[in-house]
Design a protein around this ligand. Structure first.
Ligand code: ARG
Length: 511
C-alpha cells in the first residue's frame, strides 16, 4: 500500500518534488526569516526529508486539520490563553489558506507543519501561538478521527444501499424458485428472495460493526498534546464539542498514541468485503449458469471475443476482500509491539485505513448497483430447481413425519436417489429397504407433492425458512432494521453537519 494513492487525494508533487530521490539539506521552509518565520532546518530530515514527509498523503486531512486548528484556537481564546485579536488573525489566515487549498501550502514535513508555516507567513510570528498547548501527536490523531468519521459514514451508507437492493430483489422474487447449493452441489430448492435475504442479514451485521467502530472513532484526542498533557488550562470537552465528537479520549497518553480505532474500522471493513466477495461469487456463478443476466452497466466485454459478456465488476468486488484483508495484516503488523507513546510508524498506519475505506465503499456501491439492475431468469431457475433430486430431504421429512425414523427414511431416499429420484424409484427403494410398499407409509399424492420444487419450498415454513410466509416475516424485520440504521446514519450525519455550522458561526465572531 502506498501513501500517495487516496480517493480524493490527487498526488501532490510537493513531497516528492525531487522525484523520490533524497533531497539535500533544506535551508528554508517557505518564508523569509526577517518576517518572523520559524525555521526548522535544524532537524529537517536532511537527505531523508522526502521519506519522512506525509504531506502528499495528508491531502486527505487538509480540511480536517483546518477545522481542528479552528476549534483549538477558539478554545485557546475562550480560555484566555491567546488574546482575541491574535485568535482572529489566525482564524482569518486559516480561511485564506483553505481557499488556496492543499496544493497552495508551503513545504513542510506534514500538513500540520505546513499549515502552521502558512499561518506564520501570513500574520507573522504570532501565528506560532496556534500551536500552544498541543502537539502534532494529538493533532494528527484528531485529524484522522475527524476525517475517518465521514468516511465510515459513507461506508455505512453504501451498506444500506446494498441492503435496499437486496430487499427489492427479495420483494420482487418472493416466489421465484431457484436451486440452493451446499458444496456447490444441488441441495434443496429455495427462492431468490431467501437467497437475497441471506445476504441482507450478513450485510446488516456489517452495518452494525461499522456503526460500533464509528462510536470509537468519534472521540477526541485533542489536548493530549505530545502524550503528557499540558501546563495550560485547556478545555478538552470544548474542543471535542466544537468538532462534533461524542466525548474525549481521557488519558492523554492513550489519546495521542492509540490507533486501535483504525484497526477496528479496517477489520469491520474487511469483514464487509468478505461478505461482498461471497455475494459477488454467487452472482458470478449464477450468471455462468444463465440464472441471472447482469446489466450491461455492470458487465464488460472481451477485446477479442465479440460474443463475451463478463461479470468483471463483480470479479473486482470479489478481489477487494483480498486488499482489505491485506490492510488488516499490514496495519496489525505496524501497530504490533509499538511502545508508548507516539512513534512515527503511526504515519504509515493511517494510509491503510484510507485505502481500505475507499475500496470497500466503492465495492459495496458497485455490488448494490449490480444486484439492483440484474434480471433473474425465472424459467431457467424453475427448471434447475428440481435438478439433482434436490427435493430428497423433503421426501425423507415426509416419511419421518409419518412415523419412519428419519435415519431410516434418509437411507431409503438415498437408495432412490441412485435410481433417478422419482416416484418409481422411491417405490422400489421402499420395497428394498423397508420391505413394505411405499403407500403403507404415505399417500402417493403427498409424495408427488414433496417431489415438486415449489411445494417443497412452500412446506419449509419454519422461522427463517424459504416458504413465502417465512420470507414475509424476514422481509418485515429486515425493513425495520434498515429503517433504524437509516435513522442512525442521518443522526450521525446531522451531528457532524451541525458541529461544522456551529464552529463556522463561532469563527465568524472573530474574523
Ligand atoms: N505526520 C505525522 C503522522 O502522520 C504526525 C507528526 C508527528 N510527528 C512527530 N515527529 N511527532 O503521524
Amino acid at each position: 500500500m502506498t501513501e500517495e494513492s487516496t480517493r480524493d487525494g490527487e498526488r501532490s508533487s510537493r513531497s516528492r518534488s525531487d522525484g523520490g530521490a533524497f533531497d539535500p539539506v533544506i535551508a528554508t521552509d517557505g518564508g523569509s526569516p526577517d518576517e518572523g518565520v520559524v525555521r526548522r532546518d535544524r532537524f529537517s530530515g536532511g537527505p531523508a526529508r522526502s521519506f519522512l514527509s506525509s504531506l502528499a498523503a495528508d491531502e486527505r486531512i487538509f480540511e480536517a486539520d483546518l477545522e481542528v486548528d479552528r476549534a483549538h484556537v477558539l478554545m485557546l481564546a475562550e480560555q484566555g490563553i491567546v488574546d482575541d485579536e491574535t485568535a482572529g488573525a489566525i482564524l482569518t489566515a486559516l480561511d485564506a489558506i483553505e481557499v488556496d487549498g492543499h496544493d497552495g501550502l508551503p513545504d513542510g514535513e506534514d500538513v500540520h507543519e505546513a499549515i502552521e508555516t502558512a499561518v506564520i507567513e501570513r500574520i507573522g510570528e504570532d501565528g506560532g501561538k496556534m500551536h500552544t498547548a498541543r502537539s502534532r501527536n494529538d493533532e494528527v490523531a484528531t485529524c484522522i478521527r475527524y476525517r475517518l468519521r465521514e468516511d465510515v459514514l459513507e461506508a455505512i451508507e453504501s451498506t444500506l444501499a446494498l441492503r435496499e437492493s437486496l430487499l427489492e430483489v427479495a420483494e420482487e422474487h418472493e416466489e421465484t424458485i431457484m436451486p440452493g447449493y451446499t458444496h456447490l452441489q444441488p441441495a434443496q430448492p429455495t427462492t431468490v428472495a431467501h437467497w437475497a435475504l441471506s445476504y441482507e442479514g450478513a450485510v446488516r451485521r456489517d452495518t452494525a460493526r461499522l456503526l460500533e467502530a464509528y462510536d470509537r472513532v468519534n472521540e477526541s484526542p485533542l489536548g493530549g498534546a505530545a502524550f503528557a498533557g499540558t501546563t495550560f488550562d485547556i478545555d478538552r470537552e470544548r474542543t471535542a464539542e466544537l468538532l462534533g465528537f461524542e466525548g474525549v479520549v481521557e488519558n492523554s497518553m492513550d489519546a495521542s498514541s492509540s490507533r486501535d480505532f483504525l484497526l477496528e474500522t479496517v477489520q469491520a471493513l474487511s469483514t464487509h468485503a468478505t461478505t461482498l466477495s461471497g455475494l459477488a461469487e454467487d452472482v458470478i456463478i449464477f450468471a455462468n449458469r444463465g440464472f441471472v443476466d447482469l446489466s450491461d452497466d455492470y458487465s464488460s466485454t472481451s477485446s477479442i471475443m465479440p460474443q463475451k459478456k463478463n461479470p468483471d465488476t463483480l470479479e473486482l468486488v470479489r478481489a477487494v476482500a483480498g486488499d482489505a484483508a491485506g490492510a488488516v495484516q499490514g496495519l496489525t503488523t505496524t501497530l504490533k509491539g509499538l511502545p508508548r507513546a507516539y512513534n512515527r510508524d503511526l504515519q504509515r498506519a493511517t494510509t491503510h485505513a484510507w485505502e481500505t475505506v475507499d475500496a470497500v465503499t466503492e465495492a459495496s456501491e458497485v455490488a448494490a448497483g449490480a444486484v439492483a439492475t440484474a434480471d433473474w431468469n425465472e424459467d431457467v431457475l424453475a427448471a434447475e430447481a428440481g435438478e439433482g433430486f434436490s427435493t430428497a430431504t423433503g421426501v425423507a421429512d415426509l416419511l419421518a413425519a409419518n412415523g419412519l425414523p428419519f435415519r431410516t427414511a434418509h437411507e431409503m431416499v438415498a437408495v432412490a436417489a441412485e435410481t433417478g429420484g422419482d416416484y418409481d424409484a422411491l417405490a422400489a427403494a421402499a420395497e428394498e429397504v423397508l420391505e413394505e410398499p411405499l403407500e403403507s407409509y404415505v399417500e402417493p399424492a403427498a409424495v408427488e407433492e414433496a417431489l415438486d420444487p415449489a411445494e417443497s419450498v412452500a412446506s419449509r415454513n419454519s422461522q427463517g425458512g424459504p416458504a413465502p410466509d417465512a420470507v414475509g416475516d424476514q422481509l418485515e424485520s429486515a425493513r425495520e432494521a434498515l429503517a433504524e440504521d437509516e435513522t442512525a446514519l442521518t443522526e450521525a450525519d446531522d451531528v457532524l453537519e451541525n458541529a461544522h455550522q456551529q464552529l463556522r458561526s463561532e469563527v465568524n465572531d472573530y474574523v
